[in-house]
Design a protein around this ligand. Structure first.
Ligand code: KIV
Length: 256
């Protein structure tokens, strides 16, 4: 049976939620066959697949294109489309139109939006229209230029209080789940136990209700991976060797 927002919410306190990114049909099918609960079509497509330095260059059209490719895999997993840089800050009708494109053209079942309390009103606008929203606090990669790089969050008492307020505001706005990225593990654990929607951690220790990873990190395909991201295979090496072997055979005396 297709995974829904309801089944995701019901997993809190019962079983861990497994989420992974995918950006096309090929990898979405693999992730679905492996039994993940959520496939996030992350704007990390920008730096992981499209050759951009970060996620800032990713446009709404690109996101819809990749989300639709994932939807063509027809996964049992819930598909969440990531609202890209700038777009999640649109207001009213523009915001609604962008999110509707993910559901109608992209075939997603929900959208993800970076931002804490400052995003609550915009999250509520979408939820009121029947669009499920996954929140995202802690490190928000779309703030890369403002932050001047990536860093860990929630390390001081003040940051903990602020993150707790963010989590509660996102929850009160109607989000069905919340990504907590690159956050001190105790802070992430305390935030998770203070709200009644599932939290999904990345680089935030093991106290969240689920975990998400970038698929190219899990498979060992990424050129660079964050320190916390364990490789479960080394497909980069395997792929390079396969192409070399093909090349050798083509050029070899015996031919192919
Ligand atoms: O775009 C992405 O891949 C993400 C995850 C890291 C949560 O936002």
């Amino acid at each position: 049976m297709k995974i829904t927002t309801k089944s995701i919410i019901e997993k809190k306190g019962v079983e861990k939620i497994v989420a992974i990114t995918a950006y096309d049909s090929l990898f979405a099918k693999l992730a679905d066959e492996a039994g993940v609960d959520i496939i996030l079509v992350g704007d990390s497509v920008g730096n992981n697949v499209l050759g951009f330095e970060n996620t800032i260059s990713v446009t709404l059209d690109m996101m819809i294109h990749h989300t639709a490719a994932v939807a063509r895999a027809n996964p049992r997993a819930m598909i969440v489309g990531d609202m890209p840089f700038g777009v999640s800050h649109y207001k009213g009708e523009s915001l609604l139109k962008a999110a509707v494109r993910f559901l109608q053209e992209g075939g997603a079942q929900a959208v993800k939006m970076e931002g804490g309390k400052e995003s609550a009103e915009r999250i509520a606008t979408l939820v009121e229209a029947g669009i499920p929203v996954m929140g995202h606090i802690g490190l928000q990669p779309q703030k890369f230029l403002k932050l001047g790089g990536y860093k860990k969050f929630g390390k001081t008492e003040g940051e903990f209080e602020s993150m707790l307020e963010d989590a509660k505001a996102v929850r009160d706005a109607g989000a069905f789940s919340l990504v907590i990225e690159m956050t001190d593990s105790e802070t992430a654990r305390k935030v998770s136990s203070s709200i009644d929607i599932p939290t999904i951690g990345i680089g935030s220790g093991n106290g969240c209700d689920g975990e998400i990873r970038v698929i190219t990190d899990v498979l060992g395909l990424s050129e660079f991976s964050p320190k916390f991201a364990k490789k479960y295979a080394n497909l980069r090496e395997t792929a390079r060797e396969a192409i070399k072997n093909f090349s050798r055979e083509v050029k070899g005396d015996e031919g192919i």
